[in-house]
Design a protein around this ligand. Structure first.
Ligand code: ADP
Length: 746
C-alpha cells in the first residue's frame, strides 16, 4: 500500500474537514502518499487534476471550518456503470490503492457498489486497453473505508454521524432564541428542521429545547392529532406557558403517508386556537458554521482509524464503516450498515411505524417517550403502578451547565409517574438547614436552556452532627428517595450518608448520584453533564484566539479548567489542533519543555504562523502558565512571541449544550426507574449512574471510593487517556515527505 485518497461526497456536514485532515496526516505519518479526490464522485469520474496529492499543510487550520475544503458534489454519472468505469480508470491511473469516503448513506451506497463491481471494472478496462496488465494486476482490489458524514444521524454503524451534533447546536440555539421572542408576544412558532427520513434532529432538539410538540417521520401521529395538539397547547397556556413551539421534521407525515408541512401546522394552530403563529424554516443554517467539539473529535478519531483500517484491515472484499459506538471508535461492515439503514426507510414506506421507531434503537425510543412527557402542561392524572415516592432532588459541587435540565426532567418525569418531588436548595447546606420545598410542574418551565443551577449548588460536605440534622429533615419531609446531581462533593456526602444508614434509619432509602461536573472527573461515568458545554466554550474561545494570532507569528499558552483531570485540556487540544496538551496525569518535565520549545522554534523557522499549547490548570505546580509563557517567549526570540490566556469561569457558564441537555434527561429518566425498583427491594442499593461503554449503568456507592483517586480528585482509570497518541501525531510539524500547496497552520 502506497497511496491513499480521501473524498467527501453528498450533502456537506460540519466536521468533514477534521476527518480529511486526520486521513491526510495519518497517511503521511505512516510514510504513505496522501491524495484528495476533489468534488466528490464527480472528481473521480472527471479524473485528471481532480485527483491529486494533498500535503500536511494543506489541511492546516481547517478544524474550525464547516463544509469541506476538498469540495463535495452530487454526481449523476457515478450512479451508472459507465461513470463508475471511468472513475475506476482514473483511480488506477492515479495509483490509488486505498480510499476513504466521507458521505451520507447515498455516497456510501455508491462506494459499496463500486467495491462490488471492482473486479469486473478492472477486467473491462484491461480488455479495452485503458490500463496495462501490470496496472490491472496491481489494482486487483480497492480498499474502501467509509465515514458517515451526514447531519441527519440517519445511518447505522455509528451512534452519531459526523455533523449531527453541530446541526443540533444550530437548531437548539435557534429554538432558544425563538423561545424568547415567542414568550414576549405569547406567540406560537412552528419550526421546520432537516431530516427527510430520520427524526433524530427534530426529536433531540425538541427534547433539548423544551418544545411543546414534535412531529417525526418514524412516528406519524394518529388521526385527530390536530385536535390533540391544540388541546395540549391550550392547556399549556392555561398553566402559564408563554411560548408554544412545534418542531416539525422535514419528512414528517401522517399515518396515510401524507406529508405534514410546517405551513399546515401553522394553519391548524391559527384556525383552531386563533393564535398568532409564525413559521421558521431553519434550512441550510443547520449545515453551516463551525463544527462542535464533539464533531471535530469524532471526525479526527474516525479519520485516523480509517487509515489504520486500510493499512492493517482485511476488508479487501468487504468495505467497512468507521463510526463511534459508546465512546469507542468502531468498524462495521458497510453492507450491514446500508441494509439496516434501508430497512428503516422501507418500514416507514410500508407504514410499519412501530418497527421503524424501534429500529432506531433504545435511546431514541426512550427519548421519544421522555419528550412526550416533558412537553405536557401537567402530569398525567393516572399515576403509575407500584409504590409512589416522595423524591428529593438537589445539586451539589460546582455549578455545571445541564443541572437545570436535569432537575426539570426529574420533576416532570417523576411527577408524571405519580411521585412527589421536593427540591433542596443550596445542596447539602440546604439539606442540613431544612431549605426544602415541594416542586410543581410549572416551577421548572424554561429550565431546559438555562445554565447554572437554579436550585443553588455548593461544595458543603456534611460532617459530625450535620448527619443528625439531615436525618431529621429527611424524616420531617418524609423523603423516601434522594437524587443528587453534581460533583464529587455531592458524591462524598451521599457516600457518607449511605455509610451511616445503620445509625440513621432515614438514610436507608434509595439514593442516586447523577454526575454533573465540567471537569469530567467522576468515577462510574465516562461523561459528566456539563463537560460537553465547557469543552465547546473552550473551543469557541480558542478558535478566536487562533484567528487573532495568525497575523503575528505568535504562540498562545491557554490555561483551561479541570482541576487535576486533563479531560478538558486534552479534548480541547484535539479539537483545536493544539500542538500540545499539558495534563497532570502525564506530568510536565523540564525535558518536555525543552523539546517543545525546540519543536515550536523549528515549526516557526519552517513558516509556521501560529503556535498553540493548552495547559490544564493543575498540570504542574512549578511549571505554571506564567512560567511557560516566559520560557517560550524568551526562547522564541525573534521567531515568535508568546501570550497567555487563562480562560477562567467562562468555561462553566452559558446555556448547556444539546448533548448535555440530552444526557441529563436520559440519566434522570433511568434514575427514576432505578429508585422505583430499589424502593421496594429488601436491600436498597444506592448508586451513581453513568454511561459506560455506551450504556447507562448504575455503580453501587460502596464501589466508588475504590475507583476514585481522592488526592487527585479524579477516577483512577480514564478512558480518554488512550486518545493522547493521536493528538500528538496530528499536531506535529510536517514530516519531510509532505507535499504542500498552501501556508502552514495548525
Ligand atoms: P448523501 O451521501 O449525503 O446521502 P446523495 O444521496 O445525494 O447524498 O449521494 C451522493 C452521491 O453519491 C450521488 O450524487 C451519487 O454520485 C452517489 N450515489 C448515491 N447513491 C448511489 C447509488 N445507489 N449508486 C451509485 N452512486 C450513488
Amino acid at each position: 500500500m502506497k497511496r491513499i485518497a480521501v473524498l467527501t461526497s453528498g450533502g456537506d456536514a460540519q466536521g468533514m474537514n477534521a476527518a480529511v485532515r486526520a486521513v491526510v496526516r495519518c497517511t503521511l505519518d505512516k510514510g504513505l502518499e496522501a491524495y484528495a479526490v476533489y468534488e466528490g464522485y464527480q472528481g473521480m469520474v472527471d479524473g485528471g487534476d481532480r485527483i491529486r496529492p494533498i500535503g500536511w499543510n494543506d489541511v492546516g487550520g481547517v478544524l474550525q471550518y464547516g463544509g469541506t475544503i476538498i469540495g463535495s458534489a452530487r454526481c449523476q454519472a457515478f450512479r451508472e456503470r459507465p461513470g463508475r468505469l471511468q472513475a475506476a480508470r482514473n483511480l488506477i491511473l492515479a495509483g490509488i490503492e486505498g480510499l476513504v469516503i466521507i458521505g451520507g448513506d447515498g455516497s456510501l451506497t455508491g462506494a459499496h457498489i463500486l467495491q462490488g463491481e471492482w473486479t469486473s471494472l478492472v477486467a473491462e478496462l484491461l480488455s479495452a486497453g485503458e490500463i496495462s496488465p501490470e496496472q490491472a494486476a496491481h489494482h486487483r482490489s480497492m480498499s474502501i473505508v467509509g465515514l458517515v458524514g451526514s447531519i441527519d444521524n440517519d445511518m447505522f454503524g455509528t451512534d452519531m454521524t459526523i455533523g449531527a451534533d453541530t446541526a443540533l447546536h444550530r437548531i437548539v440555539d435557534a429554538l432558544d432564541m425563538i423561545a424568547s421572542t415567542a414568550a414576549s408576544h405569547q406567540r406560537s412558532f412552528v419550526v421546520e428542521v432537516m431530516g427527510r427520513r430520520c427524526g433524530y434532529l427534530a426529536l433531540m432538539s425538541a427534547l433539548a429545547s423544551g418544545a411543546d410538540w414534535v412531529l417525526i417521520p418514524e412516528h406519524p401521529p394518529e388521526a385527530g392529532w390536530e385536535a390533540r395538539m391544540c388541546q395540549a397547547m391550550q392547556r399549556g397556556r392555561q398553566e402559564g406557558r408563554r411560548d408554544s413551539i412545534v418542531v416539525v421534521a422535514e419528512g414528517a407525515q401522517d399515518r396515510e403517508g401524507r406529508p405534514i408541512s410546517a405551513g399546515y401546522v401553522k394553519q391548524v394552530l391559527e384556525e383552531q386556537l386563533g393564535e398568532d403563529t409564525r413559521v421558521t424554516v431553519l434550512g441550510h443554517v443547520q449545515r453551516g458554521g463551525s463544527p462542535s467539539a464533539f464533531d471535530r473529535n469524532l471526525s479526527t478519531l474516525s479519520g485516523a482509524a480509517a487509515v489504520e483500517e486500510i493499512i492493517t484491515g482485511n476488508y479487501h472484499s468487504e468495505p467497512c464503516v468507521i463510526g463511534i459506538q459508546g465512546n469507542k471508535i468502531s468498524s462495521t461492515p458497510l453492507s450491514a450498515c446500508i441494509e439496516k439503514t434501508q430497512a428503516v426507510a422501507t418500514a416507514i414506506a410500508e407504514k410499519r411505524f412501530d418497527q421503524a421507531i424501534a429500529m432506531r434503537g433504545r435511546s431514541f425510543v426512550q427519548a421519544f417517550k421522555n419528550v412526550r412527557t416533558l412537553m405536557k402542561a401537567a402530569p398525567s392524572p393516572a399515576a403509575g403502578e407500584g409504590k409512589r415516592l416522595r423524591i428529593a432532588v438537589m445539586n451539589a459541587g460546582g455549578p455545571a451547565p445541564g443541572m437545570n435540565p436535569a432537575v426539570r426532567a426529574l420533576v416532570r418525569l417523576a411527577k408524571d409517574r405519580g411521585h412527589q418531588v421536593l427540591g433542596i436548595s443550596h445542596g447539602f447546606k440546604g439539606l442540613i438547614g431544612d431549605d426544602i420545598h415541594e416542586m410543581g410542574w410549572m416551577d421548572v418551565a424554561g429550565w431546559s436552556e438555562r445554565g447554572g443551577a437554579e436550585l443553588g449548588a455548593n461544595r458543603t460536605v456534611p460532617e459530625g452532627k450535620d448527619f443528625y440534622a439531615i436525618a431529621q429533615n429527611l424524616e420531617k419531609h418524609q423523603i423516601e428517595a434522594l437524587v443528587m446531581i453534581g460533583g464529587w462533593a455531592g458524591y462524598a456526602a451521599m457516600i457518607g450518608m449511605h455509610q451511616r444508614r445503620d445509625t440513621f434509619g432515614a438514610f436507608d432509602i434509595p439514593m442516586v448520584c447523577v454526575p454533573a461536573s465540567i471537569n469530567n472527573n467522576l468515577p462510574g461515568a465516562e461523561l459528566c453533564i456539563g463537560a460537553d458545554t465547557a469543552l465547546n466554550n473552550i473551543v469557541g474561545v480558542v478558535d478566536k484566539i487562533k484567528t487573532s494570532a495568525v497575523s503575528s507569528q505568535r504562540t498562545f499558552v491557554v490555561e483551561v479548567m479541570g482541576r487535576y483531570c486533563g479531560y478538558l485540556a486534552l479534548m480541547s487540544a484535539l479539537a483545536t489542533g493544539a500542538e500540545r496538551a499539558y495534563i497532570h496525569e502525564e506530568g510536565v518535565t523540564l525535558a518536555d519543555l525543552v523539546a517543545d520549545v525546540a519543536q515550536l522554534k523549528e515549526g516557526f523557522r519552517r513558516g509556521k504562523r501560529l503556535g498553540l499549547v493548552i495547559r490544564n490548570e493543575m498540570a504542574n505546580e512549578v511549571y505554571s502558565t506564567a512560567f511557560m509563557n516566559a520560557l517560550f517567549d524568551e526562547e522564541g526570540g525573534d521567531l515568535f512571541d508568546v501570550r497567555q490566556a487563562i480562560l477562567g469561569h467562562m468555561q462553566q457558564g452559558g446555556n448547556p449544550s444539546p448533548f448535555d441537555r440530552i444526557l441529563a434527561t436520559q440519566m434522570v429518566s433511568e434514575s427514576i426507574g432505578y429508585l422505583e425498583e430499589q424502593a421496594i427491594a429488601d436491600e436498597k442499593v444506592s448508586a451513581c449512574i453513568g454511561t459506560i461503554g455506551g450504556d447507562l449503568l448504575f455503580t453501587p456507592l460502596e464501589q466508588l471510593p475504590r475507583m476514585y483517586d481522592e488526592r487527585r480528585g479524579r477516577p483512577k482509570s480514564q478512558w480518554w487517556m488512550d486518545l493522547r497518541a493521536i493528538g500528538k501525531v496530528l499536531a506535529q510539524p510536517a514530516p519531510g515527505n509532505s507535499h504542500s500547496e498552501t501556508q502552514p497552520g495548525a
